[in-house]
Design a protein around this ligand. Structure first.
Ligand code: SAM
Length: 197
């Protein structure tokens, strides 16, 4: 397994370019393809640790933008003034109240790379994913501005169809995208949701 990681070209690239995780390239690819985030935007990043999405988002929004990350685990500090990372469980956090502490009522876009702890037991894991997804949707409903965009990583599970329907109800367009940086053996796919209704 360790050899597999060391040979991974995105892992090497992330090390060389100073990104905290290879996931940085997944978000970069999505942004290169869909162009959803702009200079000066306020972005919420759910499941942000160790911080590679935060690094990519910080570069895109620039110094007039704001990037707020939330993760149940601590995120080691990043030397960028436009990034704040908060340690919290999104299932128990009033994210709208949290945004107001930054004088924000809504986010221009939300990214979500949350990965729940999985047991390997299909029914248990589907229930965990379902619970987390419901919490994430609540955050989207309460804090994403109308017309805003949402990018979420999803895994192929029994609840995939329901997830797609929930997203299509809320957004004008929903595309599924698997970045080249996403390992081919992984069942992960990103839902790129454009234009909140
Ligand atoms: C794949 S990692 C995110 C990587 C991150 N996007 C990056 O680029 O560095 C998934 C994260 O989801 C977080 N997570 C899982 N359950 C969570 C919860 N209930 N609330 C907040 N974060 C959670 C994990 O702690 C983990 O750090």
């Amino acid at each position: 397994m360790a050899r597999f990681i060391l040979k991974d070209p995105y892992y090497k690239k992330a090390k060389q370019e100073g990104f905290r995780a290879r996931s940085a390239y997944k978000l970069k690819e999505i942004e290169d393809r869909f162009h959803l985030i702009g200079k000066g935007d306020a972005i919420l990043d759910l499941g942000c640790s160790p911080g590679s999405f935060l690094q990519v988002l910080s570069e895109i929004v620039g110094e007039k933008g704001t990037v707020i990350g939330i993760d149940i685990l601590p995120t080691p500090a990043l030397p960028r003034k436009n990034i704040t990372a908060i340690q919290a469980d999104i299932r128990e956090t009033d994210v709208k109240g949290l945004l107001s502490q930054f004088s924000l009522s809504t986010a221009d876009a939300i990214t979500c790379d949350i990965a729940p702890n999985l047991s390997g037991i299909r029914e248990v894991d589907d229930a965990r994913i379902e619970e987390l997804f419901a919490c994430v949707l609540k955050v989207v409903d309460e804090t994403l501005k109308p017309g805003g965009h949402f990018i979420i990583k999803s895994f192929s599970t029994g609840i995939q169809k329901g997830i797609t329907t929930d997203l299509q109800k809320r957004f004008s367009k929903v595309a599924q995208y698997k970045p080249a940086a996403s390992r081919s053996v992984s069942s992960e796919v990103f839902f790129v949701c454009m234009g909140k209704k």
